[in-house]
Design a binder for this molecule. Structure first.
Ligand code: GLC
Length: 561
């Protein structure tokens, strides 16, 4: 067997890997008797590759840099990395504009570097998920160059072309998410093309079976190399209304909202036929066995979100749940959202939780560093697969970017209103030096000013750091069936407290989170022993009756008996 095939299989075959052994231990039957799979028990870590680790001094992170840091990720205790796009790209939207789906952008490295990354990750018991961007290509992709060359080019219908509307302007009122019309006039062929994002990101026509087959082959290309799954970019955008009807105005639109929210995307997104596409993608993954993971990036209200599990669960394994990213930080509000989410899940649908990503302000910026610790406990104890955004584990916060250093096309097009995404994409702080151990060159985005305090090296040896908290939580999760696959049950709590149990037949864990700065009391559902406290006090103590939490404290306790 070749090295690649070995790498692809080593997760299952390499029994000497300590992480794999712990995985085996988790394959215990669920109460219903079903087996669970790795991504139900595991934790995903998102790498924004430009900002993770630079290995060649050009100021931009790369694949060799990721390989150099895999030992850190193994030490931290995550199970899979999802890497934002690394394919050939003119970088109009930093890799979310792909010009060759089957190659690695030279800024990130080569296909050989990728194969090495896969082998090295698998050796350490970690899976690798790629970021697939099937909704749109770069305008430099050969398909688009063909398609725009003439109206009768055989690839014309790979994209979405329309004649002008009755007034000679765009065919309808659809808006680009990055500001302005979603239609770009093509002088040469006298038609508009549709782009939900930048004009450099023309949308593919997923009603065309040839587009589907091309993209499914792209999936196979990477699956053949051994990848463990995909996060599918803007999955809910793939199919648009067949009649291209105008979107209705949004009655709730106000000035502070991004301009595209002036209309409700009723016709431009989330069309019923999208589910057929998703189930076809899923079927491609299943050609490779039953452990490849399909994640969908989907921003939709709950009822529409859970539809992406698909009929008979033939859709995405994990339609990303962004509730915690969007939530008002209030105990009752979040409690309600958890219950609504649990109730909305289809039978057998596996939950998941995301606390941050490269598109939204970091959790520490949203709720403050103290509450970010409480949020970490929440993320890693709720029922379902958690996704950690790189840097959140060391309490990185948003970095303010001077106007002349702005990189993000959203900020460049809609400046000064706080939509820019650079603040949450700054280089990971590996050590306290000026360049944070990220690069020897000039970093593509500024290093956080608080690098001396918040960095991997300093936090590794500090028992009260965020990094130590994450690592402890990840270790507890790995050991505990209740935390990974156990049931969720609400415990009655008031005010700023949120409390719940995670339980199996053998183990009951109580999680109590204080979402406010003031101390608060919880009447315990029974005697328990404190296993972890974010305040670092009272651990190992047995308590009964009332549990007093400090402000901004989170506690994990084992129920007696
Ligand atoms: C997704 C990505 C975002 C990107 C957009 C267009 O939302 O997460 O970063 O700009 O799609 O591809």
């Amino acid at each position: 067997m070749g090295e690649l095939a070995l790498a692809a299989r080593s997760l299952d075959d390499n029994r000497s890997n300590p992480m794999d052994e712990s995985r085996q231990a988790h394959q215990a039957p669920k109460p219903g008797g079903e087996k669970t799979v790795w991504w139900q028990r595991g934790v995903i870590y998102q790498i924004y590759p430009r900002s993770f680790q630079d290995s060649n001094g050009d100021g931009v992170g790369d694949l060799r840099g990721i390989v150099d840091r895999l030992d850190y990720l193994a030490w931290l205790g995550i199970d899979a990395i999802w890497i934002s796009p690394i394919f050939s790209s003119p970088m109009a939207d930093f890799g979310y504009d792909i010009s060759d789906y089957r190659n690695i952008d030279p800024r990130f490295g080569t296909l050989e570097d990728f194969d090495r990354l896969l082998i090295e990750a698998h050796r350490r018991g970690m899976r690798v998920l790629l970021d697939l961007v099937p909704n749109h290509t770069s305008d430099r992709h050969p398909w688009f160059l063909e398609a725009r060359s003439s109206r009768d080019n055989p690839m014309r219908d790979f994209y979405i072309w329309r004649d002008p509307g009755p007034d000679g302007g765009p065919p309808n009122n659809w808006q680009s998410e990055f500001g302005g019309d979603a239609w770009e006039w093509d002088e040469r062929t006298g038609q508009y093309y549709y782009h939900a994002f930048l004009k450099e990101q023309p949308d593919l026509n997923w009603r065309n079976p040839r587009v589907r087959n091309e993209m499914y082959d792209v999936l196979r290309f990477w699956l053949n190399r051994g990848v463990d799954g995909f996060r599918v970019d803007v999955m809910w955008h793939l199919i648009k209304d067949a009649e291209f009807r105008d979107n209705p105005p949004n009655p709730d639109w106000t000035d502070g909202m991004p301009p595209h929210k002036r209309v409700l995307p009723i016709y431009s997104c989330d069309q019923p036929e999208v589910h057929e596409v998703v189930s076809e993608m899923r079927a491609v993954l299943e050609e490779y066995g039953d452990d490849r993971l399909l994640i969908g990036e989907i921003y939709l209200p709950l009822a529409r979100l859970v539809a992406y599990y698909g009929r008979d669960l033939r859709g995405a394994h994990l339609p990303f749940n962004f509730h915690l990213i969007q939530a008002q930080w209030d105990a009752r509000h979040i409690e309600r959202q958890i219950l609504e989410y649990e109730a909305a899940l289809p039978e057998g649908g596996w939950p998941n939780w995301v606390l941050g990503n490269h598109d939204k302000p970091r959790i520490a910026a949203r709720v403050g560093r103290e509450q970010a610790r409480v949020a970490a406990v929440m993320l890693l104890t709720l029922r379902g697969t958690p996704t950690i955004y790189y840097g959140d584990e060391i309490a990185m916060t948003d970095v303010s970017i001077p106007p002349e250093q702005v990189q993000d096309p959203f900020e460049l097009r809609v400046p000064g209103q706080g939509f820019g995404r650079d603040p949450q994409r700054t280089p990971l702080q590996w050590d306290g030096s000026a360049k944070a151990g990220f690069t020897t060159g000039s970093p593509w985005l500024p290093i956080a000013p608080d690098v001396a305090e918040y960095n991997v090296e300093a936090e590794r040896s500090d028992p009260s750091s965020m990094l130590t908290l994450y690592r402890r939580l990840l270790a507890l999760r790995r050991k505990s069936k209740a935390l990974t696959i156990g049931r969720y049950a609400t415990v009655e709590a008031a005010g700023s407290l949120l409390a719940y149990l995670r339980e199996t037949e053998e183990e009951r864990l109580l999680v109590v989170l204080n979402l406010g700065p003031e101390p608060a009391d919880l009447v315990l559902p029974g005697p328990c022993r404190i296993v972890l406290s974010t305040a670092g006090e009272g651990e190992e103590e047995r308590i009964e009756g009332t549990l007093r939490l400090k402000g901004n404290e989170a506690v994990l306790a084992e129920m007696a008996g």
